[in-house]
Every structure is written in structure tokens, then in C-alpha cells.
Design a protein around this ligand. Structure first.
Ligand SMILES: Cc1cc2nc3c(=O)[nH]c(=O)nc-3n(C[C@H](O)[C@H](O)[C@H](O)COP(=O)(O)O)c2cc1C
Length: 162
């Protein structure tokens, strides 16, 4: 209920232990046929992070983030190949919720289905053939806090039939 996108970060480093907690949460996500097609690239390299806003118009905050996690799928190995986007989206949301629970801030930066972003992101982190990037998550300790906004809309709920 209180998770919001965080796009401003302090300069505090995020420990490997905290990052492992995020990735443990990610890998507990549900996936079609329990296929778990996900892979995660933890990016702390400043040169790689700074390159992202050069091709992604809505990723300026990556320049200030101490790290980012790229959520990818090995589509060649996926047991249910049509489901990798859904599986990796579930893993992405788990990371956002775990980050919030641990006092971190995070924002989902869309890569898939924008072909150009996928093509620019993949070589930056040496993704092998068949491994597709779904989302980049910018992470850090939050330097902004957003108030709760109530998005509940009773008219969007339908009982038994529409
Ligand atoms: C598929 C997807 C792609 C997104 N891409 C971006 C992005 O490129 N840049 C960004 O700043 N936020 C991005 N967001 C975050 C949304 O803007 C944000 O979730 C939405 O405005 C609702 O705000 P909240 O996350 O604070 O609740 C993305 C979210 C999703 C689910």
C-alpha cells in the first residue's frame, strides 16, 4: 500500500547483503509452469549506469543511483517461452516490494517491449544471444518520500459478471 517509485537517491552504498535479499525475493516470484526463466545483472559500474540515460529518455535518475538491477530472461531455456514477460514482471514487482520493506527506494524502468532500448541495453552488459532484458530497476536509499495516494476505484470491480 505504501510502495511508490523513488527517483532520488542518497549517495549511501547498498550492501551486497541487502542486494541478495532483493534477489531472494525476486526468485520467490510465481512463474508459468514454475519455469523461473529469470537472470539478474547487478550493475554498480558507473560507466555502465551513466550510459543508460543516453538511450533511455526516462532514466535520468540512474546517474544518481548507486546501483541498478537488470531483470532478464533466458528465453531459449524458458519452459514456457511465451510467459517470460509475465514471469519477469512478477520478479520485478517482488524486488520493488522487498526494496520498500528494507527501507530502500526503487523505480521500474521499462526496457521491454521497446526494441531500441532492448538492443541498446543488451550489449552494455554483454547479454548472450536469447537472453532478453525486461526491466532495469534503479535502486538506492531514498532521498525523496511520496505520500500515499489512494487509487482504489470501486467502479473497477465487477461481481460475478461485468
Ligand atoms: C512497465 C513499466 C515501465 C516503467 N517505466 C518507467 C520509466 O522508464 N521511467 C520512470 O521514471 N518510471 C517508470 N515506471 C514507473 C511508473 O511511472 C510508476 O510506477 C507510476 O507512475 C506509478 O507511480 P508509483 O510507482 O509511485 O506508484 C514504469 C513502470 C512500469 C510498470
Amino acid at each position: 500500500m505504501t510502495r511508490r517509485s523513488v527517483r532520488k537517491f542518497t549517495s549511501l552504498e547498498v550492501s551486497d547483503e541487502l542486494v541478495e535479499k532483493l534477489l531472494r525475493a525476486a526468485m520467490q516470484a510465481p512463474s508459468a509452469n514454475n519455469g523461473q526463466p529469470w537472470h539478474f545483472v547487478v550493475i554498480r559500474d558507473r560507466a555502465i549506469l551513466d550510459a543508460v540515460p543516453l538511450f533511455h529518455p526516462f532514466a535520468q535518475m540512474v546517474k544518481e543511483a548507486p546501483l541498478a538491477v537488470l531483470v532478464c530472461a533466458d528465453t531459449g531455456n524458458a519452459r514456457s517461452p511465451d510467459y517470460w514477460v509475465l514471469d519477469c514482471s512478477a520478479a520485478t514487482q517482488n524486488i520493488l516490494l522487498a526494496a520498500h520493506a528494507l527501507g530502500l527506494g526503487a523505480v521500474w524502468l521499462g526496457i521491454h517491449p521497446r526494441q531500441e532500448r532492448m538492443e541498446k541495453m543488451a550489449p552494455l552488459v554483454n547479454l548472450p544471444e536469447g537472453v532478453k532484458p525486461l526491466a532495469l530497476i534503479a535502486l538506492g536509499f531514498p532521498a525523496e518520500h511520496h505520500a500515499f495516494t489512494d487509487r482504489f476505484k470501486p467502479e473497477r470491480i465487477h461481481q460475478n459478471t461485468w
